[in-house]
Design a protein around this ligand. Sequence first.
Ligand SMILES: Nc1ncnc2c1ncn2[C@@H]1O[C@H](COP(=O)(O)OP(=O)(O)OP(=O)(O)O)[C@@H](O)[C@H]1O
Length: 266
Amino acid sequence: MNRASQSRDNGELILRLRGISKQFGAVTALEDIQLDVHAGEVVALVGDNGAGKSTLVKTLAGVHQPTAGAIEYLGKPVTLDTPGKALEMGIATVFQDLSLCENLDVVANLFLGHELNPWRLDEVQMEVRAWTLLQELAARIPSVREPIASLSGGQRQTVAIARSLLLDPQIIMLDEPTAALGVAQTAEVLNLIERVRERGHGVILISHNMEDVRAVADRIVVLRLGRNNGVFTPENTHEELVAAITGATENSVSRRSARKLETQGE
Ligand SMILES: Nc1ncnc2c1ncn2[C@@H]1O[C@H](COP(=O)(O)OP(=O)(O)OP(=O)(O)O)[C@@H](O)[C@H]1O
């Protein structure tokens, strides 16, 4: 068993954001964001274009510094100054570009930058470790000696996710992992996300696809115009989710309170 999985209890609060705001000059990308992520749960982050999802993920990945607010990691306040620090702490991100080397095989991509022995590439040990991990994840990769260039989109996504798992993070953030995938490949990636959850990692899933989100998420956090706009579960209806994303709830709520104020004034 590895380092982090030993210290991971399902349900344990790993990450807590309180009042996170981010300004880019005059633009407010995030305002007063609250977010909790527990071990062994998939939290979907959804919202319309410009809602602030990427900014929030980049803030947690150590790319952006918040303008205000606090980040608690395993109960302690932390500063995520750099991507290296976030990763070292146990927050991994699989960005949409996947950052894989097309001409290298699966094993080489999995271990790129963190070879088991920096002085000598232990090919056999790396191959065994690669196979074991991919089998644990029930990943459908024909051969770990296959170059990335010959893999499907779903298989590439699988390799990118598996690579970040080698560092055994507490949290893994997936940026639109099913975008541009066909039905079967999407199903494969969704299965993989379930395996990752079973291993006790906390997963933050950014997606525009409500079907995918409802299929795997335990909680669905809606952002709208840089603010929290409700936390939902797959039991909520599609209409409720869409209303929160588009702001229809906001309008009906504000209309309702406006009516209330009017009647109180009478
Ligand atoms: N580096 C930046 N400089 C200035 N403004 C930025 C920067 N990054 C993001 N923004 C602004 O912050 C807001 C939130 O953008 P963000 O990319 O986080 O949204 P998103 O929910 O990820 O959208 P999408 O689904 O289109 O990727 C937008 O108004 C965007 O223009």
